[in-house]
Design a protein around this ligand. Structure first.
Ligand SMILES: [Zn+2]
Length: 104
């Protein structure tokens, strides 16, 4: 078999071209875990665990992979920092109330 993208000769049973990474399934359909709906659901629900799948996804350009991984990292940082800030605020308010009432 010959890769449709780079023209190199590759094994018939290969799913990807070993020279350029082109996806070679003859039905032209990506597996479910590379389709865009599972990509976006994965980013929302499992966040950073999607990074390896994004890197291996043959349908995404290098630039799009970088953008998606940056979004995932920023999104994860926000999800980690926001609860910490909220708890910090709650504890400060509780401490202030305890001091105000004089019951400590
Ligand atoms: Zn190729």
């Amino acid at each position: 078999m010959v890769c449709t993208k780079c023209g190199q000769v590759i094994d018939d049973q290969d799913a990807y071209c070993r020279f350029c990474g082109n996806f070679l399934k003859d039905n032209g359909q990506l597996p479910w875990y590379y389709q865009s709906w599972s990509l976006y659901l994965g980013i929302i629900f499992i966040g950073p665990f999607m990074i390896p799948l994004i890197y291996k996804n043959p349908a995404l350009s290098q630039r799009k992979k970088g953008i998606l991984n940056t979004i995932i990292i920023v999104y994860t940082c926000i999800l980690l920092v926001l609860p910490a800030l909220a708890m910090n605020y709650v504890y400060k308010e509780m401490y202030k109330q305890i001091l105000d009432t004089g019951c400590y």
